[in-house]
Design a protein around this ligand. Structure first.
Ligand SMILES: *Cc1c(COP(=O)(O)O)cnc(C)c1O
Length: 381
């Protein structure tokens, strides 16, 4: 089976992990801060906080921004459930904003309309979590304008968009947001097996996330309520978690990150090639807005005839092509239906869902495999 996504592991990655295994520290050693520093230099953000998953990073991003049971958080229905769950961990009320048909990213016009309605009811969101679907950044400049006008904070769920660019800057620079979150799950752009990262330019947010990632405990005397009793002393200031990344994971991520530019170039090459191969078939390839460079975590095609989606999907799977669907709209999941959402609430997102298929895309996918995928696709369409 050709998978839809796959990690790229080389000997340098293996050596990096083995070196940590033979060292003094398996966790909380030197690799975690080195990986954080690397992500700062790759993105231009001033603080990076490594965690055991993007889900954990989203949770702590919400907590750092003060999200609690009195808060309202809005996100996109076309995402992995973790984008919305993060707000629910904090007890917040969640709501969704419909997407653009061409990208599956949050629709700025729909957001403005919903914000105006919410202002009239005095129910504006505290935080909006923007999801960069498939690695294509949302329109962050427009989002920033709205956040100033309607007074909400912004988290970028850039789980897909490591290595992407928006208006000439790296996704993760946080110029237009408070916090950006990356995922290093094996199907994503670079991997640490499990792992995530929160990036921010605001020192108070960084400090809060650092504290919460390790039980709410500090060893910094400047943060303590009384002088340290001695070198052993620490204080628990808040109720935190164990969301730490291990040194094994960070060493893998550090090694992977040296190839980030090559990985992105390869994904973009394969994506351009798909665009050419699939031209003329009754489907739309991912939109490529000007000034936004997608990292192409996913290559999501939209069939013109959604009645054919199931047969095409099954035909490709039978041919050994591991296609997938990203995503089932979050608001239609039973858990979210229990909160009062239902089919029909976000019609563009639902229509998007009904016509999409994610084609295989990862660095080691070959051009021959792409040709085969094209052949099978056209046979089933
Ligand atoms: C993968 C993913 C996550 C969760 O990432 P983990 O590192 O597996 O916790 C969150 N949001 C989106 C959009 C994702 O694709």
């Amino acid at each position: 089976m050709i998978p839809y996504g796959r990690q790229h592991i080389n000997q340098a990655d293996i050596d990096a992990v083995l070196q940590v295994l033979q060292s003094d520290y398996l966790t909380q050693g030197p690799a975690v801060p080195a990986f954080e520093q690397r992500l700062c230099s790759l993105t231009g953000a001033s603080h990076a906080i490594a965690m055991n998953s993007a889900t954990s990073a989203l949770h702590l991003a919400c907590l750092a921004l003060g999200v609690n049971s009195a808060s309202r958080v809005w996100t996109s229905p076309i995402s992995f459930v973790a984008s919305a769950n993060a707000a629910r961990y904090c007890g917040a009320q969640i709501d969704f904003v419909d997407v653009e048909a061409e990208t599956g990213n949050v629709c700025i016009q729909a957001l403005r309309t919903k914000l105006e309605q919410a202002r009239a009811k005095d129910a504006l969101p505290n935080v909006v979590i923007a999801v960069h679907l498939a690695g294509l950044s949302c329109d962050m400049q427009q989002l920033r304008h709205l956040s100033a006008e309607f007074d909400f904070r912004i988290i970028e769920d850039a789980s897909h968009a490591v290595g992407g660019q928006y208006l000439g800057q790296a996704v993760g620079c946080c110029q237009y947001s408070d916090i950006t979150v990356f995922s290093f799950h094996p199907v994503k752009i670079i991997t640490t097996a499990e792992g995530g990262m929160a990036l921010t330019n605001q020192p108070e947010l960084a400090q809060q996330m650092q504290l919460l990632r390790s039980h709410g405990i500090t060893r910094e005397e400047s943060q303590m309520t009384e002088p340290a009793h001695g070198p052993w002393y620490y204080q628990q200031l808040q109720l935190g978690y164990n969301y730490r990344m291990t040194d094994l994971q960070a060493a893998l991520g550090l090694s992977q990150s040296t190839r980030l530019a090559n990985i992105i170039a390869r994904r973009q090459h394969l994506a351009r090639r798909y665009q050419q191969l699939l031209a003329g078939l009754p489907l739309d390839c991912p939109a490529q807005p000007e000034n936004i460079l997608s990292s192409y975590h996913l290559f999501i095609i939209r069939l013109h005839d959604k009645a054919k989606r199931k047969a095409v999907f099954e035909g490709l799977r039978q041919a050994g092509i591991g296609v997938n669907v990203h995503y089932i709209p979050i608001h239609t999941q039973p858990y979210y239906q229990q909160l009062g959402f239902d089919w029909g609430d976000f019609p563009i997102a639902e229509d998007f869902y009904e016509r999409i298929i994610s084609l295989p895309l990862y660095p080691e996918l070959t051009e021959q495999q792409q040709d085969f995928i094209r052949e099978q696709l056209s046979a089933w369409l």
